[in-house]
Design a protein around this ligand. Structure first.
Ligand code: ADP
Ligand code: ZN
Ligand code: ZN
Length: 738
């Protein structure tokens, strides 16, 4: 009998490929090693996921040998190979693409796996003394200087990249001014020298730490449900310290890069550890180095976004996911994995504790806590002197609004600003106005490639589509009736900012949304003006809702709470409740009580009343009852087959065949009655960027039958002729239903 290597080769096929060992150089265990293999007429880099006897699935004389073994020892450790194999099965995704994601981009090529030198930037003597305000007119340079001064040490590209695209140019300019010097050193980042004790924990926090660290060598998933400002980060820090004392590594996931600088700073101040970041803003070489150092155990704490769940660790000791409810943990293209769910699976596999933290846990996690799979820990009150904010609905029916602002909200702003505090106005819609309408005939500006309206942006005087990025000029007259009365009803953050600037000319205003933060350093510098109190009024989209801490912020106004209430998605209410609670949680984090005004035209809406009267936890309980009655997740399990093409009939033909095939497999395997196939139906926004999008939904009470059907169905879909005319993808546990 002869041995074959089963290799995950990047391709859209749901199978491993079999090869003979290379003619030379193969001595040790190759599982986890990269190999170069012939694939069709080309050479590809793949990963050996298993070895075994030749099983006859391919005639022996058709087997070709591996061209080259690229790693002398497994690059992907055995525990991560196991995770990759599990994930390819669970998500019914091509293993080649799964294993590709397990590697940083720089190691997907046939190059040796070794780390380069680490580049660092640090302040020169004059940089240390420089007052950042001197760089007022160059806010991006000011942001970088401030970051370096606050770090108080040399900083690597992982941290500077958080400033956003173009940060290298900014660094170069500071180097030219003699404020910053660049240097290179071998590999790992330096040890931080935090005091290592932290604040005195309150009894709830101490109990949480005790629970989480009680048994360090066993898998347990803890759902840390702590109201905003309850001191979850201090709990994380205390748990991390314990793990470090035992010589273990800690992986901390956050939903977005913008949250890393604040967290990194607190970790450096509170820990003695080699702390590194891992996110998509870093260059390929930097990501490779962090990946390799983590694998070698030369990093102690890694803070990263979604893809950091694939970092191999030599001594894993604890996984933490902050804001576990955040949809950013779910990849929305290609392989649609959930980093949260993979973290739990990985923790079980590697016998470590995992902490899912949130003020507004997902209904999935709450259900897992209720059923005893997760262990629930509560921090019911704010830490220190801070008290919970007071929430109130403002009925704006029939009110005359100025750029969306009610009299009541404006009076509250006057009060809070006069008292020397800050106000945050939240509106989840960027741009000036969401639509351009003809007053005479009702025509409105629509995207030519999407079923969507164009948003008017005043700053660049253009109509932009927020779905495909299309942009065009503003017509002078109505293209339909040639009338000249074009109006701009409704508002976005740009219009709101303008109205506020008119009304409050003496107060600094910071608008924080995707438009104002595109360039490197702008987000950090805007956040800094908010933290320093230079900006007294903050206007922003959901970028402002998460995790940020502004001690003087006492008033939060939600301009349009109804936005989320109309959602077609069954998760709409959950998302809205999370968003409102998170935004409200920005108020009153210092000593003064926060006030939250929620503007709505639906003051009787049950969700809003529930949330205000009873808080998120009670809302969530009621929402779970509704989900159970409607047999929706987490009480059932979903998978979504999406397809898109330029022609509608191509999409319908494919999904129609897929439906027939699914029904047939269901009958043949006896799971037909346990799995419901629904559709095909068009996505809520059928046309996007010129493509027509349809979908087929599978629903089952239990995972078993669903996955048995998917295991047969997904590979069969690859062979359909109609599949060649569409782009299709399978989404297991979808969180967006379009
Ligand atoms: P969360 O992550 O739950 O929103 P943080 O950990 O950021 O909360 O804590 C909120 C605020 O309370 C921070 O300013 C933090 O320094 C402070 N804080 C946390 N724990 C304590 C404590 N035990 N005593 C005093 N202040 C605390
Ligand atoms: Zn018209
Ligand atoms: Zn568009």
């Amino acid at each position: 009998m002869s041995l074959v290597w089963r290799v995950a080769v990047p391709s859209p096929l749901r199978r491993l490929f079999h090869y003979l060992p290379p003619k030379q150089g193969a001595t040790g265990n190759p599982v986890g090693c990269r190999v170069r293999v012939p694939f069709g007429s080309r050479q590809q880099v793949g990963v050996v996921t298993a070895t075994g006897e030749h099983d006859g699935s391919v005639p022996f004389d058709k087997l070709r040998p591996v061209t080259e073994l690229l790693d002398a020892e497994p690059l992907i450790p055995a525990d991560m190979v196991a995770l990759g194999r599990w994930a390819a099965d669970y998500y019914h995704h091509p293993p080649g693409e799964v294993f590709e994601q397990l590697l940083p981009a720089a190691l997907r090529r046939p190059v040796p796996a070794s780390a380069g030198k680490r580049r660092e930037w640090q302040l020169s003597e004059s940089g240390k003394r420089q007052d950042p305000e001197k760089l007022r007119r160059a806010p991006r340079q000011r942001a970088m200087l401030t970051l370096l001064q606050q770090a108080g040490a040399a900083v690597g590209a992982d941290e500077l990249a958080v400033l956003g695209e173009g940060w290298r140019d900014v660094a170069r300019r500071l180097e030219d001014k003699g404020l910053v010097v660049r240097r290179e050193r071998m590999a790992a980042p330096p040890m931080s020298h935090g005091q290592g004790t932290g604040v005195a924990l309150n009894p709830d926090q101490a109990a949480a730490v005790e629970e989480i660290t009680r048994d360090e060598n066993r898998f347990r998933c803890h759902l840390l449900e702590g109201v905003t400002g309850s001191g979850k980060t201090e709990v994380y820090l205390a748990c991390i310290r314990r793990a470090l004392e035992h010589g273990r590594q800690v992986l901390v996931l956050v939903p977005e890069i913008a949250l890393t600088p604040q967290l990194t700073r607190r970790f450096r101040e509170g820990l003695q550890a080699r702390v590194a970041l891992y996110h998509s803003g870093m260059g390929d070489g930097e990501r490779r180095d962090t990946w390799l150092l983590a694998r070698e155990g030369k990093l102690d704490v890694i803070i990263g976004t979604r893809s950091a769940i694939f970092l191999p660790l030599a001594r894993p000791g604890l996984f933490i996911l902050d804001e576990e409810h955040d949809s950013a943990y779910k990849q929305q293209e290609g392989w649609r994995y959930s980093a949260r769910d993979l973290a739990v699976v990985r923790a079980r596999e590697q016998a470590v504790n995992v902490v899912l933290g949130s003020a507004t846990p997902s209904l999935e996690s709450l259900r897992n806590a209720e059923s005893g799979r997760y262990h629930r820990i509560r921090l019911p009150s704010r830490a220190g002197a801070a008290r919970p904010p007071r929430l109130r609905l403002v009925d704006i029916r029939g009110e005359h609004l100025d750029a969306g602002l009610s009299g009541e909200l404006l009076r509250a702003m006057d009060r809070h600003l006069a008292a020397g505090n800050q106000a945050l106005l939240f509106l989840n819609r960027r741009g000036y106005a969401p639509v351009l309408v003809c007053h005479d005939c009702g025509w409105h500006a629509e995207c030519l490639r999407c079923d969507a309206r164009m948003t008017y942006h005043r700053g660049r005087n253009s109509l932009d589509c927020h779905h495909c990025g299309a942009s065009r000029g503003v017509p002078r007259a109505c293209p339909e009736c040639a009338g000249g009365r074009l109006t701009l009803p409704g508002q976005g953050t740009e219009r709101l900012e303008q109205a506020l600037a008119r009304r409050y000319p003496d107060y600094g205003i910071s608008r924080i949304d995707r438009d104002t933060t595109r360039r490197a350093g702008t987000l950090e510098s805007l956040l800094e003006t908010a933290r320093s109190g230079e900006a007294r009024i903050l206007v922003g989209t959901q970028m402002l809702a998460k995790g940020h801490d502004f001690p003087d912020l006492t008033l939060v106004g939600l301009i349009d709470a109804d936005q989320g209430l109309m959602s077609a998605d069954f998760r709409g209410p959950e998302r809205t409740a999370q968003l409102i609670t998170q935004v409200a949680g920005r108020a009153g984090r210092g000593e003064q009580v926060g006030e939250v005004l929620i503007q709505t035209r639906n003051p009787e809406h049950e969700l809003l009343l529930h949330l205000i009267r009873d808080g998120y936890a009670k809302f969530a309980r009621a929402a779970l009852v509704e989900r159970e009655q409607a047999a929706l997740p987490p009480y059932s399990h979903l998978a979504l087959l999406r397809a898109e093409a330029h022609r509608r009939d191509a999409v319908r033909d494919f999904l129609g065949e897929a439906l027939d095939l699914g029904r047939q497999y269901g009958e043949d395997s006896g799971v037909g009655s346990a799995v419901l196939l629904m559709g095909p139906v068009p996505a809520p926004m059928e046309r996007r960027a010129g493509r027509l999008r349809w979908q087929l939904m599978l629903q089952a009470d239990a995972r078993g039958p669903l996955h048995r059907l998917l295991a047969q169905w997904a590979p069969a879909l690859e062979t359909l002729k109609t599949a060649r005319r569409v782009r299709w993808s399978l989404d297991v546990d979808p969180i967006e239903l379009f």
